[in-house]
Ligand binder design. Structure first.
Ligand SMILES: NC(=O)c1ccc[n+]([C@@H]2O[C@H](COP(=O)([O-])OP(=O)(O)OC[C@H]3O[C@@H](n4cnc5c(N)ncnc54)[C@H](OP(=O)(O)O)[C@@H]3O)[C@@H](O)[C@H]2O)c1
Length: 361
């Protein structure tokens, strides 16, 4: 029986993937299955302001929804947002059982399964890894109350990110840079300071080894008051970069949340990244270390105001991987913000206690 439920939820995940990859809301899929095991209808959420997956499936099923079981990747919502509660829609349509993979992690929309149970609709939680993966970024951002931030550093053994003359291309290997490009394609936004934009004129796109742009392109963001020169790469490309003329990391993240950003890759430079660190806005570090010495030049990390070893910022190593001739370390601050490991049944997204301005509707 468990395998059959997993099959239905796998299919619900496949359906959910038709929804937009970047949106205020998570992607959700729903299947309505009759007592003979036949799929009566499927639905997915096509983005904020459109019907939720359950409502889309119910609309496709019409009267055939009566007596079915709903297999849903996320617990049906139980609140009035831009659309009505899915719990009410399921009850009114005569659905007799609801199997959901991920408990609703936001306080605002939670309680759906318990309410359905009270109304006589059997509600079962069936943990399912694919469904957790679908909502992991959204749930992390909801738990943090802002986008999740990964600070990426590509540095030398002696912690430098540029030589004394300001040149920094390239410290790490082509393999490490390709690895970082893959990461870019998986986040919602890349953020750099205007100092980096002026020094390096980066494109901040996600590209493969021959320079072709990958399928997922993040929002490109530059932070700082100075202007970008006309013709710089950030003024060109598939979409112009967002230029935020502020020095306040929290303001940056609030603005990005308004742009439906759940995950941020902070690519420096040291001044901006140090400001994010000081504001408590770094959740994870991804550090590519090249077997290179410079002895002088910009330090990867600016002065953090630490004067004695007892006050050192300590990090926890969660992964160490060799990438070509370099190594990649994934670390989290020890007084951390939620664990960045992908949510799975053993580290469920709902364990991240939410208090969320990033809300589902
Ligand atoms: N190897 C790597 O991983 C890597 C990555 C990135 C950069 N780099 C290197 O780092 C160097 C640039 O570093 P950087 O530290 O000068 O550049 P940055 O951090 O990219 O930009 C600093 C500028 O951003 C603005 N800014 C935004 N928020 C700020 C805040 N809270 N506090 C202060 N200023 C803020 C300021 O400009 P306004 O006064 O105009 O607002 C400031 O001068 C370049 O050589 C680049 O190649 C290396």
């Amino acid at each position: 029986m468990t395998a059959i439920i997993d099959d239905y939820l796998d299919r619900a995940v496949a359906r959910a993937l038709r929804g937009p990859a970047r949106d205020r809301n998570p992607r959700v899929g729903c299947l309505l299955v009759d007592p003979a095991g036949e799929i009566v209808a499927e639905g997915h959420h096509a983005g904020a302001g459109t019907p939720h997956a359950e409502v889309a499936a119910l609309a496709a099923a019409g009267p055939r929804a009566r007596g079915t079981t709903a297999y849903v990747t996320l617990e049906p919502c139980h609140h009035h947002g831009r659309t009505g509660p899915c719990t009410h829609a399921l009850l009114e349509a005569g659905v007799v059982r609801v199997v959901y993979a991920v408990p609703e992690p936001t306080e605002r929309a939670t309680g759906g399964a318990a309410w359905l149970q009270e109304q006589g609709v059997k509600a079962e939680h069936h943990p399912h890894a694919g469904s957790y993966a679908l909502v992991a970024d959204w749930a992390r951002a909801a738990a943090l109350g802002r986008p999740h931030v990964t600070w990426k550093i590509a540095g030398t053994l002696d912690g430098r990110v540029a030589a004394a003359d300001g040149t920094s291309r390239w410290i790490t290997s082509a393999e490490a840079r390709m690895d970082a490009h893959q990461l870019r394609s998986q986040v919602d936004a890349i953020v750099v300071g205007i100092g980096t934009a002026l020094a390096d004129d980066p494109a901040l796109s996600a590209r493969d080894a021959d320079g072709t742009e990958l399928a997922g392109q993040p929002l490109r963001v530059v932070v700082g008051h100075r202007d970008l020169p006309a013709g710089s790469q950030l003024t060109r490309g598939p979409a112009p970069a967002l230029h935020l003329r502020t020095h306040d990391p929290r303001e940056v993240l609030r603005t990005l949340a308004d742009h439906d950003v759940h995950t941020v890759l902070l690519e420096g430079g040291p001044t901006l990244a140090g400001a994010f660190w000081a504001a408590g806005c770094v959740d994870e570090l991804l550090v590519y270390v090249a077997p290179v010495l410079l002895g002088a030049g910009s330090a990867a990390v600016p002065d953090l105001g630490i004067t004695t070893i007892d006050d050192a910022a300590r990090l926890r190593l969660v992964d160490l991987t060799r990438v070509g001739p370099d190594v990649r370390l994934r670390l989290v601050p020890t007084a951390a913000t939620p664990d960045p490991e992908p949510a799975s049944p053993s580290s469920p997204a709902h364990a991240l206690v939410p208090a969320s301005p990033i809300q589902e509707d």
